[in-house]
Design a protein around this ligand. Sequence first.
Ligand SMILES: CC(C)(COP(=O)(O)OP(=O)(O)OC[C@H]1O[C@@H](n2cnc3c(N)ncnc32)[C@H](O)[C@@H]1OP(=O)(O)O)[C@@H](O)C(=O)NCCC(=O)NCCS
Length: 135
Amino acid sequence: MCWWMMGLFLATVLYGRYFYSRHVIHRYLEHAMSNEMGDIEGFYMKSPDSCLWVAVLEDKVVGIVAAVVQQKPGGVVELQRMSVGRSWQRRGVGMVLGRKVVEFAVTHRYSSVVLGTTAYKPAAHLLYQRLGFPV
Ligand SMILES: CC(C)(COP(=O)(O)OP(=O)(O)OC[C@H]1O[C@@H](n2cnc3c(N)ncnc32)[C@H](O)[C@@H]1OP(=O)(O)O)[C@@H](O)C(=O)NCCC(=O)NCCS
């Protein structure tokens, strides 16, 4: 009886977590699509202060990254939207995309590149470390 109840409790917690995560991801996607990701051309490509690149392999878009200049003194570029399709990861695509943003900053003589990430993204942390960002 006790094991049965513990199993039920665990299953409820796992289902709850799953649906909560799904809800958070859907809200994030909805927000992104009703803003910049729904109008990539208008948001990233019209101004010289921003750009979005896609990585293409075997005629498929396998990764993206964007650069947006922040309205701060000195010209600070923010790296955004770094993402590589799951089945294309660990092939150097993230490095190429990250270098593209650094090149953009150097070409336009911006003083630095900044980015934000969360503690739950160890792969991203290692990638940014390899790109030369301090941890
Ligand atoms: C983070 C991410 C962009 C990395 O892209 P990628 O194309 O796989 O990265 P690369 O192949 O260029 O890897 C470069 C280096 O980063 C590190 N790295 C990348 N993924 C790693 C992983 N899963 N585990 C350990 N190290 C990893 C390694 O040092 C790697 O060099 P190596 O392969 O020579 O060891 C990709 O995992 C991703 O899209 N994740 C989900 C979205 C995300 O977290 N975006 C970042 C938001 S801040």
